[in-house]
Design a protein. Sequence first.
Length: 256
Amino acid sequence: MRRFAELTWVELDTLDRNKTTVLLPVGSVEQHGHHLPLGTDDLVLVEVLKQAESLQCELRQKNKANPSLQEILCLPPLLYGNSHEHLNFPGTVSLSCRTLAFVIEDVISSLAMHGFKKLIIFNSHGGNTSLINAYAQEWEQRFGVAVFLLSLWSESFDMEGDDSIFSSPARSDIHAGERETSLILHYRNELVRKEKIDELWSNDINFQPYYSGWQTENISPGNGTLGQPHLATVEKGRSYASFLAEKLIELIEKII
């Protein structure tokens, strides 16, 4: 995995487009309860990528004699997303659906102009997922660039069943809960306001079997947590971080 922004245009121009896949990380800036920072999604995004980059480098070193290996170019991350569900909480910075789509679309248009044919969007905010999924086919038809989406909080990255290290199910631990809090305890322990974590501030979320334009303030008023952060530990975060990085590499290798 190489960093797109660290190449010169001459170096980039020499790459075989049929053996090169571009990766676009997308995150968000939004409230994460009383105990986690506004940049939680971006921090997780960057840290998972860093660990995955190291793992992928080790993997490629073992197979460096294989000339058919695909090159992966990681673009600078887009650290804002569509977070309208959290806008009632101060500090949330949200791009409209239209703006987010247009920004990604312009990135794809530029890549297409330079001959790239495959883009993986690596997303760390659930609110971006449906929008990107909805546009992916249209973008491929318009620009000739195959668009793949890997979202951290999708079923592809679940640790469920007998292998799960978590006490709460993923379907109800969706925001600033056991999983995200464990990760930040591992990545940046000093950023977690541990004194603000209390079982009374936890929310056991049960969504209805239909979609509505829900707002976090209506589900978790004055709080913003949708999950069980009091169950989080550093050890869980360390194990989960390794799992996410390994799973990301596994899925990327399947795509390319």
